[in-house]
Design a protein around this ligand. Structure first.
Ligand SMILES: Cc1cc2nc3c(=O)[nH]c(=O)nc-3n(C[C@H](O)[C@H](O)[C@H](O)COP(=O)(O)O)c2cc1C
Length: 176
């Protein structure tokens, strides 16, 4: 099946999660889907999309607020389409070494949307990030990019494979 449109929406403070979302969208495109990455705060409607990937940077165990608000605002539309979620956080190699389950707060957001799947990717802390806490972490030597782009592309390929096997959500909506 071709022509399916996929939104990759993200909540970010320092841009690391945006980079992951863009890589996911680029991979989905290579796999024959029409995908675009957009800041979650800018999206007011998802009816033009057949599927949605929603990701958030982790702050104190919760998604960045833009991802949480997106999930709440667009819940009714999201429930009618397949949704996958990701978190980006750990500032070490653990997310590459093993599957890290969603935090409790992310689990709650995901269950509201009946999300099909979730994964956790390593995070990134820049040397001069936004936010005083982030800056103090960077000063303590924690600034590093732990995102694993091979892992990110692998996860996106799996989503593309699932989408190629199912009818388009927009068409399914019209048949109801
Ligand atoms: C104040 C602060 C709190 C954080 N809390 C968590 C956390 O609870 N769990 C986690 O895995 N990572 C945590 N991180 C790491 C961030 O999730 C990581 O830097 C992520 O890549 C940020 O995404 P962004 O660049 O899209 O904002 C925290 C980072 C900062 C600066």
């Amino acid at each position: 099946m071709t022509g399916q449109r996929v939104l990759v929406a993200y909540g970010t403070q320092n841009g690391g999660t945006a980079g992951i979302a863009e890589e996911i969208a680029a991979t989905l495109e290579k796999d024959g889907l029409a995908a675009e990455a957009r800041p979650a705060a800018d999206v007011t409607d998802v009816t033009a999309y057949d599927a949605v990937v929603l990701g958030g940077g982790l702050y104190a165990g919760r998604w960045h607020r833009d991802a949480r608000r997106f999930a709440r605002r667009l819940k009714a539309q999201l429930l009618k389409r397949p949704v996958w979620c990701f978190s980006s956080g750990p500032l070490d190699a653990t997310a590459t070494q093993k599957e890290i389950p969603p935090t409790r707060a992310v689990q709650r957001d995901m269950s509201r949307l009946q999300a099909r799947g979730h994964t956790t990717f390593g995070g990134r802390l820049e040397p001069e990030p936004q936010g005083w806490l982030a800056r103090s972490m960077a000063k303590r030597g924690m600034a590093h990019d732990w995102r694993d782009f091979e892992q990110i592309r692998g996860w996106a390929h799996d989503i593309a494979a699932e989408l190629h096997q199912q009818p388009q959500a927009r068409e399914a909506d019209e048949r109801k």
